[in-house]
Design a protein around this ligand. Structure first.
Ligand SMILES: CC(C)(COP(=O)(O)OP(=O)(O)OC[C@H]1O[C@@H](n2cnc3c(N)ncnc32)[C@H](O)[C@@H]1OP(=O)(O)O)[C@@H](O)C(=O)NCCC(=O)NCCS
Length: 288
């Protein structure tokens, strides 16, 4: 089994509380590592787990977990917990797991999950949509569909995720969140393979040649898995495509590094908007 055989990996660092008196990782922790990686695997599939399972009408339960130990992990080791969904039966799915330190294989594992009704705890067939997502992911397919369009087309979807993120989570007053600019903006909305809305952002025209990006929001469960970057890239491509030469935005200070990673530079002093610290950022756009 080779590290490169896995599309998915979750990186973690061994903490002191996880090693035993022999100064090696206590064996039971490997199952915890695998379980943490499985949670991240669903994120890689752009699945907000709870909502997705509710939509699919079931939940996943571990039926059998086997772990084989080849070598020990030590305190402070950086480990890659690799997973691959192999066989999907009628109601079960089998994950192969492997834990590496660099290229050295420490652990192999097999996890068998059963899709079941949470109320009765009886098994159900794995829904076709979930089956397609899993095989699609393992075959290297994209898990997100980015759509761009006007408010009439994408407003319902964009409104749902912006309400969750800005109004409910960040407590921005609803009257500040919704404005007339939505009617003229180009909206980007990211849907997962189940048709769930997972992220959005909008593009305005500040003045000829200058794009203004705003209202970028990613589902809380999916942050840090590259969804926000894809929304931004879609908006930047739309701006460049219509001939804009520069993009500007007011970044929440907590998201400044996210925008820096996409080529934006801060401009001027920080300021307050809706009780949240912001800073203006800008970047040039390529000529297309
Ligand atoms: C800010 C936000 C849009 C980023 O989206 P995301 O999907 O989490 O970001 P991604 O996973 O695409 O991250 C891309 C890169 O930026 C980094 N990054 C993301 N958010 C970051 C943050 N808040 N601080 C520092 N770095 C961050 C990621 O680590 C990743 O780095 P890498 O390229 O080295 O791997 C998202 O966290 C969000 O919706 N937050 C709440 C709403 C909000 O703050 N919106 C912005 C309003 S201005």
């Amino acid at each position: 089994m080779k590290r490169q055989d896995f599309r998915f990996f979750h990186r973690l660092r061994v903490r002191w509380a996880e090693v035993d008196m022999q100064k090696i990782v206590f064996n039971a922790h490997y199952l915890m590592y695998l379980d943490t990686a499985v949670a991240d695997y669903w994120r890689a599939l752009a699945m907000p787990y709870d909502e997705a399972m509710r939509l699919l009408g079931g939940d996943l339960y571990v039926k059998k977990a086997t772990v084989e130990f080849h070598a020990s992990a030590l305190m402070d080791d950086r480990l890659d917990v690799c997973l691959r969904c192999g066989r999907i039966g009628t109601s079960s799915m089998t994950f192969t797991g492997a834990i590496y330190r660099g290229d050295e294989l420490l652990i192999t594992a097999e996890l068998i999950y059963v899709f079941a009704d949470p109320a009765s705890q009886t098994s159900r067939p794995v829904p076709a949509a979930l089956r397609a997502m899993l095989t699609g992911y393992e075959n290297g397919e994209a898990m997100l569909e980015l759509r761009t369009g006007g408010w009439a087309e994408l407003g319902v979807a964009a409104r749902r995720i912006r309400s969750e993120v800005f109004v409910q989570e960040q407590r921005i007053p609803a009257e500040m969140e919704w404005d007339d600019a939505d009617d003229s903006a180009i909206h980007a909305v990211a849907f997962n393979r189940l048709g769930q809305v997972v992220a959005t952002g909008r593009l305005l025209q500040q003045r000829p040649g200058v794009a203004r990006i705003g209202r970028v929001a990613v589902h809380r469960m999916l942050r840090g898995s590259g969804v926000g970057r894809q929304v931004l890239q879609t908006l930047l491509a739309a701006a460049a495509g219509r001939g804009d030469r520069e993009a500007v935005l007011n970044a929440q200070r907590s998201a400044q590094d996210f925008y820096s990673g996409l080529g934006f530079q801060p401009r001027g002093e920080a300021f307050d908007e809706a009780g949240i610290a912001h800073i203006e950022m800008a970047r040039a756009l390529p000529v297309v």
